[in-house]
Ligand binder design. Structure first.
Ligand code: ADP
Ligand code: GN1
Ligand code: MG
Length: 386
């Protein structure tokens, strides 16, 4: 059975139209669902070229999440071109594995618009590397964090106008909290009775969402270009060496605070349990993973970070489980319209995992603050180390 037969017939016809709309040489062989992202539809697409199988990734940008896909693609093209220029300047040889590379459509556009108006894009497949949903070792945490730190460092020099905000107020914790409160007030799916404890847990931490925006408004924290979706599975690791190869999932690269990136790394790479783990006794922040994460991140980003930015890293590690947890809770209350779900109450499970992780981080707050401070001290350019 060819893998595209896993797609329902209408999807198969669409997959063929999409596959052949791009300037890919050879014969289309198959398209099949790929990856575990919650937002876009991702297909692994195979073409036969001169008797060899060549793989590509095709993605449908979720129009309910990204109101203006053209802006997403414009950012993506600028960011990946700049990454390539920086890497080439550093003498990096395997450029085709180190930055995402878009394949244009046959008419030279960045995306193909299907009959429903959804935008599709094509990337060259990065071979010999994989994404992992769950962190396995401190080395995983370190290499992923260093890759995201370097990614931010590369983009400090992006020329040209400010990037588009592809999702306005994406990391606005206050707006996210208000959306949760509105959902709880109307309770459209009558699910509130099953999650009052989670709602109370979030509301008790309301003040956390204003801390970083206040520091930014006061001028203490600078705006940077950030990735904004730095979960551990958004970096490809080399299958042989375990080293980071390429940061992916660039739809939300836009102006932001470095803390949202560091915090989301901490959310997904300091706990060896899955994001939707139901056995909450397994959901613990592991100080060894967090220490490795801090060191890796600082190794990648210390060249441009200010002391004020470093001082908020441990706080951001607690903030992101709170905000992503409350986003899962909001989606549960409003009927699972945003994040893809694969079982009943999946978003509630995800929420519970995030809140348990936060509770574990709160218990270890002093230690985590100390680990972050120690890494900042060690890798700060002022200390003279690399
Ligand atoms: P989502 O926004 O849905 O999370 P991603 O852009 O992260 O989508 O892609 C989903 C998965 O597809 C990734 O986790 C990764 O395994 C794989 N992937 C994406 N782009 C590439 C690529 N260029 N080469 C190889 N694998 C890729
Ligand atoms: C989504 O696209 P994906 O699966 O990498 C979401 C993130 C959440 C994450 C939670 C555009 O990321 O903000 O942190 O799920 N992306 C968007 O797993 O909303
Ligand atoms: Mg992803």
């Amino acid at each position: 059975m060819s893998s595209d037969e896993r797609l329902a017939p209408p999807a198969r016809a669409l997959a063929r139209d999409v596959a052949t709309a791009f300037a890919v040489p050879g014969r289309w062989v198959s398209s099949a669902p790929w990856g575990s992202g919650h937002i876009n539809q991702t297909l692994l697409v195979v073409f036969e070229q001169d008797g060899r199988m060549q793989r590509y990734i095709q993605q449908r940008i979720n129009p309910l999440v990204f109101p203006d896909p053209t802006k997403v693609m414009e950012n993506l093209e600028r960011v990946t071109a700049h990454q390539r220029a920086v890497l080439a300047g550093e003498g990096v040889r395997d450029l085709e594995r180190r930055a995402l590379e878009l394949v244009p459509t046959r008419s030279g556009a960045l995306s193909f618009v299907d009959a429903e108006g959804a935008h599709w894009r094509t990337y060259r497949f990065i071979e010999g590397a994989s994404s992992h949903d769950v962190v396995r070792t401190p080395k995983d945490a370190a290499v992923a964090a260093e890759a995201f730190g370097r990614f931010q460092a590369q983009l400090t020099g992006l020329p040209g106008p400010r990037l588009h905000e592809t999702i306005p107020r994406f990391h606005d914790g206050r707006a996210r909290l208000e959306a949760l409160i509105a959902a709880a007030r109307t309770d459209p799916c009558r699910r509130l009775p099953g999650c009052r404890a989670e709602l109370e847990f979030v509301l008790a931490r309301e003040a956390m969402v204003d801390r970083l925006p206040s520091l930014k408004a006061s001028g203490a924290l600078p705006e940077r270009i950030t990735h904004n979706d730095t979960k551990f599975n958004n970096v490809l690791l080399d299958d042989r060496t375990g080293e980071a190869v390429c940061v992916i999932d660039l739809d939300t690269v836009m102006p932001g605070l470095v803390h949202y990136d560091f915090g989301d790394l901490a959310r997904t790479a300091t706990c060896a349990a899955a994001e939707d783990e139901r056995d909450l006794s397994r959901v613990r922040a592991d100080p060894a993973l967090f220490a490795a994460l801090c060191e890796g991140y600082l190794r990648g980003a210390a060249s441009f970070l200010t002391p004020a930015e470093c001082a908020e890293l441990a706080f951001s590690a607690r903030l992101l489980p709170l905000v992503i947890g409350l986003r899962f809770l909001t989606d549960h209350l409003t009927g699972d319209r945003y994040f893809k779900i694969h079982r009943e109450s999946h978003n509630l499970d995800r929420c519970r995992t995030q809140l348990s992780l936060l509770a574990s981080m709160e218990e270890q707050r002093g230690l985590m603050e100390e680990l972050a401070a120690r890494a900042a001290e060690r890798f700060s350019p002022r200390s003279g180390e690399d």
